[in-house]
Design a protein around this ligand. Structure first.
Ligand SMILES: *[C@@H]1O[C@H](CO)[C@@H](O)[C@H](O)[C@H]1NC(C)=O
Ligand SMILES: *[C@@H]1O[C@H](CO)[C@@H](O)[C@H](O)[C@H]1NC(C)=O
Length: 519
């Protein structure tokens, strides 16, 4: 990404225009969800940094960044490149892994049925193996390798990289409770995923998660105040309190130790967990995720004594869901494009859409298992089918049911973005041409080409259309054509769920929320 913060934390005041959209867009059927699921997992292989394994399926990529950490005497080889560049940014990488893990925890059986379980585990483990390396002592976490400024000056394949690979850490003197909290959450969530399959690994992850949480809680601070290099790229605008609540809840889920639950109850108010009514969920702002996780705990008998506070979290979760459904009072709903897509902001809007589809699907599950209806300020008695139907409408839009008739999931369907803002996808594969391509040579010879990228970045979800459903497939248009790992991550579980449902009961039928759209 360019050197403007990826997330500008502002509130927009929507004005409501009701538009009836016709449903003449291409239909999306169940085989498509299975295909989308398979493709989405390939994307994580394309983003791999480090030494690639024998079974690497994305073969236009090769080994890269094999000396990461060397300057600092630490082995930081591995992990994921964030987007179209080659910086390893700890905060969004950890959020990506948390979301992948949550998707597997909630939809593991559906992912198995689609034959993608192994690939999903590999995608998670590629991240957690790296976090284990990055957590070199109880109170040290390496939070970034490389830096945006020097990285963005070059347009190179990762295999040729000549930019600085300096590593940056947080520690007691330079705290970063947000990146530490998110990494704790990712490792705790992944420990649940691996509990039965690989108990030793699961135990190791949990050990790191507990230590990290203790570190992040005891030495409090925003990581962008400790690390100048993250400021222009992934500043933690919402602070670290959401990540601490999030980490504590994940640790509670992973351990059943009530101390972690008590932490989220005791800090519910002063950390904003039950104060913030919010309509976005992202690598920066976790409150809606915290609120949905807390809501799920209401289903457990043993949490009765905390019911009152958990219900307060639930009430804020409802605010988030109602705002996505456009059923809150004026001014607190998420905008929509005329084609019906949730619209939070111009730059990489799809990240908010994919994270919303995931939370909507979980809330739908919650209503179903507790036999409840959702009551929003502008409409009461909303069913779990309606909520899932709305999530499905967003997924279908992503896959091509939209005014551009284009899939925003790369490599899916017949029409998709061909000029993704992505260094290695836009340059001849290393496998075919090993001749070194220098820093600015990539800009001169590849960046400005009007031809499609030589490599298809299958499974990447790009930034997506503007507020009027328009999209310009131009490599320089990074606001729309760049993809990030945390865009695709929440979709993995949702694709699996929709695939399973279509197979069993032909899916949700009530699309009432997908018809009326506001902008
Ligand atoms: C909300 O917006 C609608 C449509 O513009 C308007 O008719 C209604 O009066 C507004 N309600 C409030 C409470 O502002
Ligand atoms: C999308 O497909 C519909 C239905 O086939 C068609 O009417 C419309 O013109 C297409 N839009 C674009 C931008 O190609």
């Amino acid at each position: 990404m360019q050197n403007i913060p990826k997330n500008v934390f502002t509130f927009t005041i929507p004005f409501i225009i009701f538009t009836l959209i016709s449903t003449t867009y291409a239909a999306v059927n169940s085989t498509t969800y299975a295909t989308a699921l398979s493709k989405s997992l390939l994307y994580f292989e394309a983003q791999r940094s480090g030494r690639l394994p024998y079974n690497q399926r994305v073969t236009w990529r090769d080994h890269s960044a094999l000396t990461d950490g060397l300057e600092q005497g630490v082995d930081l080889v591995g992990g994921y490149y964030d987007a179209g560049d080659h910086v390893k940014f700890g905060l969004p990488m950890a959020f990506t892994v948390t979301m992948l893990s949550w998707g597997v925890i909630e939809n593991g059986d559906a992912i198995k049925k689609a034959g993608e379980f192994e690939h999903a585990l590999e995608a998670i483990k590629w991240g957690t193996d790296y976090f284990i390396k990055a957590h070199t002592s109880p109170h040290v976490l390496w939070a970034e390798v490389g830096d945006g400024d020097t990285d963005h000056y070059c347009w190179q394949r990762p295999e040729d990289m000549t930019t600085s690979r300096r590593a940056h850490k947080v520690d007691e003197a330079n705290p970063g409770s947000d990146v530490v909290g998110e990494t704790a959450a990712a490792m705790a969530a992944a420990s649940i995923v691996f509990r039965k399959i690989n108990p030793h690994y699961s135990h190791l992850l949990l050990h790191h998660a507990k230590e990290l949480f203790e570190f992040g809680d005891k030495y409090r601070g925003k990581y962008d105040e400790s690390l100048e290099v993250v400021k222009s790229y992934y500043a933690s605008v919402s602070g670290y309190k959401d990540e601490l609540l999030w980490a504590a809840l994940w640790l509670y889920k992973a351990t059943d130790n009530v101390d972690y639950l008590q932490y989220t109850i005791d800090n519910a108010l002063n950390f904003g967990g039950i104060g913030w009514a919010i309509s976005e969920f992202s690598w920066d702002v976790k409150f809606a995720g915290v609120q949905i996780l807390a809501t799920q705990l209401l289903m457990r008998e043993n949490n009765k004594e905390h019911k009152k506070t958990l219900e307060e979290y639930h009430s804020k979760a409802k605010h988030y869901i109602c705002s996505c459904l456009n059923k809150n009072n004026n001014g607190t709903n998420v905008d929509r494009t005329p084609g019906g897509l949730l619209y939070v902001r111009q730059w990489n809007n799809m990240q908010y859409v994919s994270s919303a589809t995931f939370l909507l699907s979980l809330y739908s599950d919650f209503l179903k298992s507790t036999n409840q209806l959702l009551h929003c300020p502008k409409q009461s008695s909303i069913t779990h089918e309606q909520i899932l139907g709305f999530a499905k409408s967003q997924v279908d839009y992503i896959l091509g049911a939209n005014p551009m008739n284009m899939s925003y999931l790369v490599g899916y369907g017949s029409s998709y973005p061909k000029r993704v803002h992505h260094r290695s996808a836009s340059i001849v594969p290393f496998r075919d041409n090993k001749a070194f391509i220098g820093c600015t040579q990539g800009y001169d010879n590849w960046y400005g080409k009007v031809d499609p990228n030589p490599n298809v970045l299958v499974g990447a979800l790009v930034g997506g259309p503007d507020f009027e459903d328009g999209f310009s497939d131009d490599r320089g248009n990074y606001v729309q054509t760049e993809a990030c790992t945390y865009n695709t991550a929440p979709l993995v579980g949702v694709f699996a769920k929709l695939n399973e449902l279509e197979g069993i009961e032909e899916g949700p039928k009530d699309y009432s929320f997908s018809i009326a759209s506001s902008k």
